[in-house]
Write a protein that binds this ligand. Structure first.
Ligand SMILES: [Zn+2]
Ligand SMILES: [Zn+2]
Length: 403
């Protein structure tokens, strides 16, 4: 008797759990995947033949996470700019449930940014699901920061937008998210170039006024990086502009329905009342969770470099957050931790909390046709989570990673 052929890679059924869909939970649900894409979602009358079966053991079946803002993990930073370092970060974040991410630059010399882009392009072009999270595009974040809001990033690598530099970044489709501080000379031209390329255009590490944000908005800005961190406030604008006191980025985002933002929900950057306030004011379609994590994720407490492994600035990880010169220096947690923190801070329902880490960032970055939710036709990026939101298994494009 002939043995039946082994299921093809990417052909599987995930069953025996509660589906987390964007608008509801479906107990006793299954996801059938063929060729790495989702074929059907919902209760199944009979298990399909010829596919690998994965039992969710009564836990949650959720979409893979999408991270718009991530610097490193597993000891590597994308600014190390080698394919090996890039792959180490992708594998590290996949263990925490992230299946799609945007490698994020920090400040650095032009050659360092170019080397980071080249390493990410090479890994993206040779990527297979077993490598870990997929690269949806690079987030050019540093170097165009305001001098008074550089934070933990190496300040020697900060500069104003240079068209002859950034035109090279936008010459193909690699860069998908583009940050610049709105008050810098040349910011509007930078935003217009990024918007024409279809990027999510964002303002961060900035002490911008309401008026500068309004000009940025007209040039295409629709997002602000890590809300409340390294951004303008009424108080910081008083120091910059005097009186009468002025509105800044916080008020502009809250008051402009087209604007979105993100929170670092690691429990160390923002208190639970700020996380809950952000969700209640912005709603689940304008707010994303990001890790903003550094190379110290999944590493022991100690001293690490932010940015390049030999030239980056030093910070100290205590195992729960990074610190430098008395202030915070990026997170050291994965997206699973952020989802748990957001859930306990807001008490929002599971479809809402999972959406903040999956469909909403996919929508804001313009990739929701392919990823971000459990829907037929999308990539089979699936998480098996415990009821307490711990990652039991990550599946990328229908390929289960080692549990
Ligand atoms: Zn930052
Ligand atoms: Zn960052």
């Amino acid at each position: 008797m002939a043995t039946p052929p082994a299921p093809a890679a990417g052909d599987l059924v995930v069953h025996g759990g509660t589906l987390v869909l964007p608008d509801r939970l479906v107990p006793g649900g299954s996801v059938v995947c063929r060729g790495g894409r989702i074929e059907s979602v919902g209760p199944l009358a009979a298990r399909p033949a010829g596919v690998t079966a994965i039992d969710a053991r009564g836990g949650l079946i959720a979409p893979g996470f999408v991270d718009l803002h991530v610097h490193g993990g597993g000891g590597a930073d994308f600014m190390d700019a080698t394919p090996e370092a890039v792959r180490r970060v992708l594998a590290c974040h996949a263990r925490h449930g992230t299946t799609t991410l945007f490698p994020t630059t920090t400040t650095g010399a032009p050659a360092e940014i170019a080397a980071m882009l080249a390493a990410c392009r090479a890994v993206r072009d040779s990527w297979t699901p077993a490598a870990g999270a997929r690269i949806a595009g690079v987030h050019v974040y540093g170097p165009y920061f305001a001098a008074d809001k550089v934070g933990c990033h190496p300040s020697s690598g900060r500069r104003d937008p240079l068209p002859r530099e950034y035109r090279g970044w936008f010459r193909d489709d690699l860069v998908r998210i583009a940050t610049c501080a709105a008050e810098l000379p040349g910011a509007v031209a930078f935003y217009r170039t990024a918007a024409r390329r279809g990027c999510l255009v964002t303002c961060g590490h900035s002490n911008a006024t309401w008026g500068e944000m309004a000009a940025a908005f007209r040039a295409g800005v629709r997002h602000v990086d890590h809300f409340w961190c390294a951004m303008s406030s009424v108080t910081s604008l008083r120091a910059r502009c005097g009186t009468p006191m002025e509105a800044g980025m916080e008020q502009f985002v809250l008051g402009t329905p087209e604007m979105g933002t993100e929170v670092i929900a690691d429990g160390a950057h923002l208190g639970p009342e700020l996380l809950a306030f952000a969700l209640s004011m912005l709603g689940p379609r304008r707010l994303c969770l990001v890790t903003d994590s550094s190379r110290a994720l999944d590493m022991p407490p100690g001293r690490y470099r932010f940015g390049h492994e030999a030239r980056g600035s030093w910070f100290e990880s205590d195992g729960s957050v990074g610190r430098a010169a008395g202030s915070l220096a990026s997170s050291v947690v994965g997206m699973d931790h952020c989802v748990r923190t957001m859930h306990s801070a807001t008490r929002a329902d599971l479809p809402t909390v999972i959406r903040l880490a999956s469909l909403t960032p996919a929508e804001r970055a313009g990739i929701a046709a392919g990823v971000g939710s459990l829907e037929p036709g999308k990539q089979a990026d699936i998480l098996l989570l415990s009821r307490r939101l711990a990652v039991r298994r990550t599946i990328i494009a229908g390929v289960p990673l080692p549990g």
